[in-house]
Design a protein around this ligand. Structure first.
Ligand SMILES: [Cu+2]
Length: 393
């Protein structure tokens, strides 16, 4: 009997140790939440630590009482249960005292949490440089606005005051390595020590932008703008993900914030603005492109913008996302193909906001890739003409 019992205890301990061991060897095993880098995140972390502290003390006290009772008041020691317990002072009042004590502990935590909720919900609505800002509200203002838009399945970051828009998509496994599903092609670059107002929306289903170190998490809902704010206090790379189940590629929309110093942020802004000017100049030039140039450009753009639905093989994911290889539309009249890409069809959204050059390149690629070999070349001017024609209607 006893040997059996000891054997069971030893095997249980061995199992727990081996489980803990495998946990520890898995990368970056941590015992607590990641270190927050915004004032709201830090306050939430503090309440979490306070709650953990209180529960740990309660756990130790209660476990000690239970163990003491189990060992002291044993039947084989001749202990007989007190049948008159409820008639004594403690027996009568403990049913009142205990809930009051529990409520007091709850309220002491709620008291700490309430101002944080206020801080979280009351996003500043005035810019810090606004002359009408009252001196007592100098903490309730923002330095810059950014807009986050969720798409199936990528993020769009817009800096409305700086005229910059970037698209951020997950990095495939071969390039991302250990950061697979935690890395993106374009990070969301933000300056530190600036109060940032985050506006969130979606163009399709619900998404939610979530970076644990920044703490906030609100849904991005189509046709609605939810807002939060934060001031990042430490430079670094912070990784998160979409936290609202948004379809088959939900796991493939990680979010990466890169917090940099003000000087580096300004350098980045200048670089992005220059890139944008160059892209506009290229897209609006009257240049006639060769088939090879358009094919190469189109392949690069297709692999970023279209690949999620139509797949790298051009076979799509039928029935929702039809194949482009041997497709009637892709191998049919060019004008009809352009019209569908511009205006969308069934589950495909309209792509009219892309530049003439990008659309011409993508369509040229689609009409010649995967053995479609139509030999058609679509020039930016064709897209422009198609737009004008649809406007004239
Ligand atoms: Cu999502």
């Amino acid at each position: 009997m006893l040997i059996d019992f000891i054997r069971k205890v030893i095997s249980s301990i061995a199992m727990v140790v081996s489980l803990l061991w495998t946990g520890m060897v898995s990368a970056e095993y941590k015992y607590n939440f990641p270190e927050p880098v915004t004032p709201i995140g830090k306050s939430i972390y503090d309440v979490h630590m306070l709650t953990m502290g209180i529960t740990t003390v309660i756990l130790i006290i209660m476990t000690s009482i239970v163990l003491y009772a189990v060992f002291t008041f044993r039947k084989d020691k001749g202990y007989v249960a007190d049948q008159e317990f409820h008639k004594g002072w403690f027996g009568r009042w403990s049913w009142v005292i205990v809930p009051i004590a529990v409520l007091a502990i709850d309220l002491s935590i709620a008291g700490k949490a309430q101002p944080i909720l206020e801080m979280l919900w009351e996003s500043p609505t005035k810019e810090c440089s606004d002359p009408t800002l009252k001196p007592e509200n100098k903490d309730k203002c923002y330095d810059m606005v950014v807009k986050i838009t969720g798409h199936q399945w990528w993020w769009e970051y817009e800096y409305p005051d700086l005229g910059i828009k970037i698209e951020s998509r997950y990095t495939p496994k071969e390039e991302a390595g250990d950061d697979y599903l935690r890395a993106v092609d374009n990070n969301f670059v933000l300056p530190v020590d600036k109060k940032i107002r985050f506006l969130q929306t979606s163009v399709d289903v619900n998404h939610a932008y979530w970076i644990p170190e920044l703490a906030f998490k609100k849904d991005a809902i189509a046709g609605y703008i939810s807002e939060t704010w934060g001031e990042i206090t430490k430079e670094g790379i912070y990784r998160g993900q979409c936290a609202e189940l948004c379809g088959t590629w939900h796991a493939r929309m990680p979010a990466v914030v890169e917090a940099v110093s003000q000087e580096n942020f300004e350098l980045w802004v200048a670089q992005k603005q220059a890139e944008k000017q160059a892209a506009i100049a290229e897209a609006t030039s009257d240049k006639v492109w060769t088939k090879d140039e358009l094919y190469a450009k189109g392949e690069a753009a297709y692999n970023v913008k279209c690949v999620a639905c139509h797949q790298i093989t051009g076979l799509g994911i039928p029935p929702a996302f039809p194949p482009l290889k041997d497709s009637k539309i892709v191998k049919g009249p060019v004008a009809e193909h352009i019209k569908i890409v511009l205006n969308g069809l069934k589950t495909m959204p309209p792509w009219a906001s892309e530049s003439d050059l990008d659309l011409a390149a993508i369509i040229t690629y689609e009409r010649n890739a995967w053995d479609n070999n139509t030999n058609d070349v679509v020039q930016p001017a064709d897209i422009k003409a198609a737009r004008e024609q649809s406007l004239a209607k």
